[in-house]
Design a binder for this molecule. Structure first.
Ligand SMILES: Nc1ncnc2c1ncn2[C@@H]1O[C@H](COP(=O)(O)OP(=O)(O)OP(=O)(O)O)[C@@H](O)[C@H]1O
Length: 257
């Protein structure tokens, strides 16, 4: 069952230097339970596309449907959680306080909030850190707290904009494995922006390769890898073959003839 569909989605930003065509004729179907990565060079519109799904930007052309609704209705219905590039935690609130903020805005009772915060802290392996302030945690722990915040109201869709880009490779490996496990356990649909080919191949059921000027999709690669993926899968011929397909897609996007 498709949960997100984009048909001919275009978005042009008017700027002082003339129009910037951030997205042009983007067609994509995301099925329920997919893990979809968006990969492409800087400026190709990955973030813009994720933001249009989340109704943080409005397309100038085409149609988008999220959970069977226009994006702004899906936002009001809390159809998705959104994880930004930076953790964006309030320094004056504890980790629990930060995670509970969207729940407070949505009007969850105190006991419901406490129960949900405890549950998502456990999911991201931060039980015991709820009383700490963000600055008392490492960068990787802060990013996990921001993922917990996006999970707290249990939306079916999780949108993640390069959540691990600023982390070192070892921490990133661990968080990638933890995210896959969480995806497998919860059955959520995940949209994930990344610059990293190995990260895209390791995580995804579907890899969307984009190219700039104007931002468009050049390839959609369906991954034949099984759902259960130990980190060592990255050394297998199947993995290396998919990575090559992504690399070719990225190269194609760079030929301007
Ligand atoms: N609010 C805006 N106003 C004008 N131009 C914008 C705006 N937001 C994005 N752009 C432009 O749209 C294009 C796509 O930007 P976007 O951030 O989506 O790219 P990206 O693929 O996510 O890049 P990166 O990998 O560097 O994050 C870029 O040329 C960018 O400068």
């Amino acid at each position: 069952m498709s949960i997100i569909t984009a048909q001919n989605v275009s978005l042009t930003f008017p700027t002082n230097d003339g129009p910037v065509h951030a997205l042009k004729d983007v067609d994509l179907t995301i099925e329920k339970g997919d893990f979809v990565s968006f990969i492409g060079p800087s400026g190709c519109g990955k973030t813009t596309f994720l933001r249009t799904i989340a109704a943080l930007e409005t397309p100038t052309g085409g149609t988008l449907s999220v959970n069977g609704m226009p994006p702004d209705e899906a936002r009001k219905a809390r159809a998705y959680g959104y994880v930004f590039q930076a953790p964006g935690l309030y320094p004056w609130r504890t980790i629990s306080g930060n995670i509970s903020l969207p729940l407070e805005i949505m009007g969850f009772s105190r006991s419901d909030r406490a129960e949900r915060v405890a549950r998502v802290l456990e999911m991201v392996e931060l039980s015991g850190f709820g009383g700490k302030f963000p600055w008392q945690l490492s960068g990787g722990m802060q990013q996990r707290a921001s993922i917990a915040r996006a999970l707290s109201f249990d939306a079916d869709i999780l949108l993640m904009d390069e959540p691990f880009g600023a982390l070192d490779e070892i921490v990133r490996d661990r968080l990638n494995a933890a995210l896959l496990e969480l995806w497998d356990r919860t059955g959520k649909t995940i949209g994930f922006v990344t610059h990293s080919i190995p990260e895209a191949v390791y995580l995804s059921t579907k890899i969307v390769v984009m190219s700039p000027r104007p931002g468009r999709i050049t390839r959609v690669i369906e991954s034949p890898l099984p759902r259960q993926r130990p980190l060592e899968i990255r050394d297998t011929p199947e993995f290396i073959e998919i990575a090559q397909q992504v690399r070719e897609g990225l190269r194609e996007g760079h030929s301007y003839d």
